[in-house]
Ligand binder design. Structure first.
Ligand code: MN
Length: 461
């Protein structure tokens, strides 16, 4: 315990202090505890709370924090929101990507307050975060998160006739409105709300018209009626081709990387479904005309308020929609990396602030992964604790650390090596998994080094 105390004293401002130091939980001790718990859980994101806390006293302090009546998920996320908004202000365009995922706690029957998931026999909450991402994929923060549970009483009922306010679909509209509010505080940044097929809701497009400060880009599900009586995708099939977009489709868990050529068509159309207000939008279709044999062609039907008159505008929108994948990576870090579905807490009220903490921890892992790729000049001490990067340096080189911190991508390569990434040219840049394992080892190494130096100090004094 003594050694541990000294360790936090010698460490410069930790990432958790920088990110959560502005917390206002109503009591300075509680604020400090939030930072300390975030440091602990963030150092070992895959471990259980007791293991990450490393002792009964610290574990109890973490549980007391999560059970405290003033600590809800919004209060935990607020300081991180503020830091995220600050980061967004430095970018001309920021994509606000939203998506939902279910968290399955069926293996733990004892958690009070959960509801059914896709099936009645499963239970857990849903989480619907907004991830702020630059067009080249740097996550800037979690801006918002809708957490909800389904009602057993109305499970399976036909909810089509329900007002939008009562439906789960409302999360897309409310998430959008929250981004629109943010846009007012970011005059030099253009926000673009990005969502998948689930957001193809006519009411959403109607409401979005009232928010000129923010753009939106979604994938289409429906082939709605146009004012002239025909349908957008039929009309687009007749439209002239704007041009072709070529890029390397990144590898995904179920498919290898391959070069793709998409034929792009776009047209301004007025959607006019029966009994609803008409809205004029751009319908854009990007389709792979000649995919390799046996491969399903890429075919994106996108809807947006933005214009796509020239190929460059359309290509930009396609690239932005591609960046939507960032939120899928984020969910993988959150669920597989941080193992949030294994959290053992007795009620939803305690689970929610813990989930909020892990949203921030998952964001940081993704931030590190991507930042190393897009900003090769950045020094590693911009995002890593000094004790961490120094320990990694010593472990890899068996030499004392340099005075000047190495660049972040080089350091991330070493950290990923600790996490099992082989670092050959054919392996590509390290992914989040090698990094979250490596970061845990870096923390252990830092801890070991402090222990060793402390023992040494004792033996020579
Ligand atoms: Mn989705």
């Amino acid at each position: 315990m003594m050694v541990e105390q000294r360790m936090t004293e010698t460490t410069a401002v930790s990432w958790a202090a920088a990110e959560l130091g502005g917390a206002k939980l109503g009591d300075a001790r509680l604020n400090r505890r939030l930072v300390r718990v975030a440091e602990r859980l963030g150092a070992q994101p895959s471990a259980s709370i007791p293991v990450a806390c490393g002792g009964w006293a610290e574990t109890q302090a973490a549980y007391r924090l999560l059970a405290h009546e003033d600590v809800d998920w919004q209060a935990v996320l607020t300081p991180h929101w503020e830091c995220g908004i600050e980061r967004m202000g430095h970018h001309p365009v920021v994509l606000c990507v939203q998506d939902s995922t279910e968290l399955d706690y069926t293996a733990q029957p004892g958690i009070a307050g959960l509801g059914p998931l896709s099936y009645l026999r499963q239970h857990g909450p849903y989480v619907h975060p907004t991830l702020a991402v630059t067009p080249d994929g740097v996550p800037l923060g979690v801006l918002d998160a809708w957490l909800w549970t389904r009602d057993r009483a109305t499970f399976g009922e036909d909810k089509r006739h329900w007002p939008i306010e009562a439906k789960e679909s409302m999360r897309w509209l409310e998430g959008f409105e929250r981004c629109a509010e943010l846009a007012a505080d970011l005059p030099d940044t253009r926000l673009v709300y990005v969502a998948d097929r689930e957001c193809d809701i006519h009411e959403f497009m109607v409401r979005a018209r009232r928010q000129p400060r923010i753009d939106w880009l979604i994938r289409a599900t429906h082939n709605r009626c146009l004012a002239e009586g025909d349908h957008p995708w039929d009309r687009l099939a007749q439209a002239p081709v704007l041009g072709e977009v070529t890029f390397a489709l990144p590898a995904r868990p179920n498919r290898p990387s391959r070069p793709v050529v998409l034929t792009v068509r776009a047209e301004r159309v007025t959607l006019s479904p029966k009994g609803a207000e008409p809205v004029t939008i751009t319908a854009l279709r990007a389709r792979e005309e000649s995919p390799p044999a046996g491969v399903e062609p890429l075919d994106w039907r996108l809807l947006t308020n933005r214009a796509a008159v020239a190929l460059a505008q359309a290509a930009e929108l396609i690239q932005w929609y591609g960046t939507r994948w960032s939120i899928e990576v984020f969910f993988r870090i959150f669920k597989t990396g941080c193992r949030v579905e294994a959290l053992r807490l007795s009620t939803l009220e305690r689970l929610e602030p813990a989930l909020a903490l892990y949203l921030i921890i998952a964001w940081r892992i993704q931030y590190l992964t991507v930042l190393g790729r897009v900003t090769p000049e950045l020094s590693c001490d911009a995002v890593l604790d000094p004790a961490e990067w120094r320990a990694v340096y010593v472990a890899i080189h068996r030499q004392p650390p340099p005075v000047i911190p190495p660049p972040l991508p080089v350091m991330l390569g070493w950290i990923a090596r600790l996490g099992g990434h082989l670092g050959r040219t054919c392996d590509g840049p390290p992914g989040p998994q090698a990094l979250w394992i490596g970061l845990q080892r870096a923390r252990d190494l830092a801890w070991g080094m402090h222990l060793a130096s402390d023992l040494h100090a004792h033996s020579t004094s």
